[in-house]
Design a protein around this ligand. Structure first.
Ligand code: C2E
Ligand code: CA
Ligand code: CA
Ligand code: CA
Length: 276
């Protein structure tokens, strides 16, 4: 039963109570997930067009829940944002991704790793010093690190733009994620220090037909070229999308057509295959 009537009032609904209970339980478990070793990262290659040569990877978080199995990030990241658990989790992600990036850099593997940061995390006072500390401890070359943020993250606090500027001064690269969606918009290109724009997969999916998405994909490459920003096409699922994107001027892409997100050891064997 729906808990809300047409008059805008909400009345008691036991189903909603159960949902709230489940969310509370999940929240409590989420706070302990890092300490209990239930979190892990997978890495999805970002490649160069047209040949698919690897240029880096994006770290994507996974939660292996003891009873529910794999909980997708689209479920637990928003929950973690609301409850504040994202601060601990984000710290774990930064540390783990930097540790892995440093290992790859030392071994001559993938040298660039991209890390997602949410609004709550980027707004933490002292976040830049914290990242500088992690860079120091892990020995990672910061020029190999890219931070992916959305508009929500940048607008969350006035100091977010300053934080991004400071991160760039440390040598990190800044990317605007999900560009073109409600999460990221054109106005950010005016006053936000951005190196890379990740064009959302909702546009990429329509690129091979005469759609508004195709027009936008073409327009964005012109905008990014003229602003000297690199564009990455997200969610490339087919060869024809890759061909069309390359023809439009895109140089970087990411998507299931090239590679799925995978645990670090599989990235190594994938990389070896690419060199054959
Ligand atoms: P995102 O940052 O936009 O990451 C890209 C998402 O698209 C990933 O989903 C990836 O698996 C998926 N994807 C990649 N290629 C394709 C494709 O060709 N087709 C389709 N349909 N999907 C593709 P995932 O791993 O489920 O992550 C979902 C979102 O959760 C991410 O979206 C990001 O916003 C958030 N997230 C993931 N890891 C972290 C993290 O460590 N920290 C924070 N704050 N957010 C994270
Ligand atoms: Ca991302
Ligand atoms: Ca994205
Ligand atoms: Ca997304």
């Amino acid at each position: 039963a729906k808990g809300s009537g047409g008059n805008g009032w909400t009345w008691y609904d036991p189903e909603m109570d159960r949902q709230a209970d489940a969310e509370l339980r999940l929240t409590a478990e989420l706070h302990q997930a890092a300490a209990r070793d239930e979190l892990f990262l997978v890495y999805q290659p970002i490649v160069e067009l047209p040949d698919g040569r690897p240029t880096g990877v994006e770290a994507l978080l996974r939660w292996r829940h003891p009873r529910h199995g794999l909980v997708p990030p689209d479920v637990f990241i928003p929950l973690a944002e609301r409850t504040g658990a994202i601060v601990e989790i984000g710290r774990w992600v930064l540390t783990e991704a930097c540790r892995q990036a440093a290992a790859w850099q030392r071994g001559g593997g993938i040298s660039r790793v991209s890390i997602n940061m949410s609004a709550r995390q980027l707004s933490q006072p002292g976040i830049v010093a914290e990242i500088a500390g992690i860079v120091e401890r892990t020995g990672v070359d910061p020029t190999g690190l890219m931070i992916e943020v959305t508009e929500t993250a940048v607008l969350a606090v006035d100091s977010a733009v300053d934080a991004l500027r400071d991160l760039r001064a440390l040598g990190l690269t800044v990317a605007l994620d999900d560009f073109g969606t409600g999460n990221s918009s054109l106005s950010l290109l005016v006053n936000c220090p951005v190196d890379v724009l990740k064009v959302d997969k909702s546009f990429v999916s329509g690129v091979t037909s005469a759609t508004a998405q195709a027009v936008i994909v073409d327009g964005l490459i012109d905008i990014t070229n003229r602003l000297r920003i690199r564009a990455v096409a997200e969610g490339v699922e087919t060869a024809s999308q890759a061909v069309r994107l390359h023809a439009a001027g895109y140089r970087y892409a990411q998507g299931f057509h090239f590679a799925r997100p995978m645990p670090a050891p599989l990235v190594d064997s994938w990389l070896a295959d690419q060199r054959l």
